[in-house]
Ligand binder design. Sequence first.
Ligand code: FAD
Length: 337
Amino acid sequence: MTTLSASAPLDTHTSGRTTLAGTWATGTSEREPGQQPESPLALSFEVMPPRSAEQQERSGELLDLLASYDPDYVAVTSAVRTGWSAGTAAFISQLSATTRLRPLAHLACTAAPRDELVTWIERYIDSGVRGFLAIRGDLAPGATAPPSGHLAHADALVTLLRSVERNQVARLCAGRFAIGVAAYPSGHPESKRPEEDIDVLAAKQRNGADFAITQLFFNPAQITTMSRRADLAGVTLPIIPGIMPITGSARLTRMCHLSGLTPPAYIAQALAAAGSPAEEYEIGLSLTADFVEALVEVGVPGLHFYTFNDPTTITELLARLSPQTRARLTNNRKDTP
Ligand code: FAD
């Protein structure tokens, strides 16, 4: 069983923390006497269920490293190549058995027909999961919608989650799931106009979503614009940026292709100017750290890091953040209640 509270993902929480040598320990902020501390930033990571025996063997190291940062939650993806919900649930079981991490299960309309999704939601409740990311899921090549019998869009999945929640309210001690949804500062490739992305976010909120995590993007102004438009449309969900560590042009190109984006010219040029893969990695991580600082500057409520299951890169990226940002990521993590 996990210890996730009914609304844990965006709550502050108090728990003991251990620190891996040198990773997090220097996060102190310099504050004038009497000055109010800056508000905490939510911290979360995305991981993928292992796809091979070798990845499975290395997954313990990844989870231990992430646990050392005491994040608010760890989101576990759901995809065809990792067995959809079966793979997600298996990795959440490992995470819960071996760490104190709070899981957020990705649940995709494409993973199973509606009734089967209900069974999965109930199984997640049985195992203590109380946080979900409700997504449509990537479509099969050539498909324009999920198969028949599946929910067509994520807003319907939010409704389904809330209806299962109502039926199980006694088991949840009258508590609620925390339900996240996807948001697109650069626009979803299937959306016909930018307003559609805001309309859809509003529908997800109306149906019961609590927060949104974004697809990757590269310009901090895009999340400001999206938040302003969302605000005007009455969308009050916290919109948390999803951050992809840039480690080289190959990953950048692949991820942009999958997300229907074009890599920004200034990033592509900076990476192309590198004299070696090691230099490319350094340049990429520096650009990512600058991006994170700019996001903090514009006032995002939290930071969600796509880990690609690579503990080294996450350690090196977080170590590059300013002491002030690191302090805000640890502010809500006290040693005693
Ligand atoms: P939807 O909200 O259904 O939107 C898809 C398109 O349909 C958009 O153009 C939207 O405007 C439109 N639309 C939405 N609702 C309606 C409606 N009611 N009527 C008409 N049109 C509508 N994919 C995976 O397979 N597994 C994962 O684990 C995963 N994790 C992700 C995590 C994050 C943080 C993000 C941002 C994406 C993730 N994805 C994942 C990718 C996601 O599945 C794709 O981006 C997918 O194409 C859309 O998902 P969605 O939930 O935004 O879909």
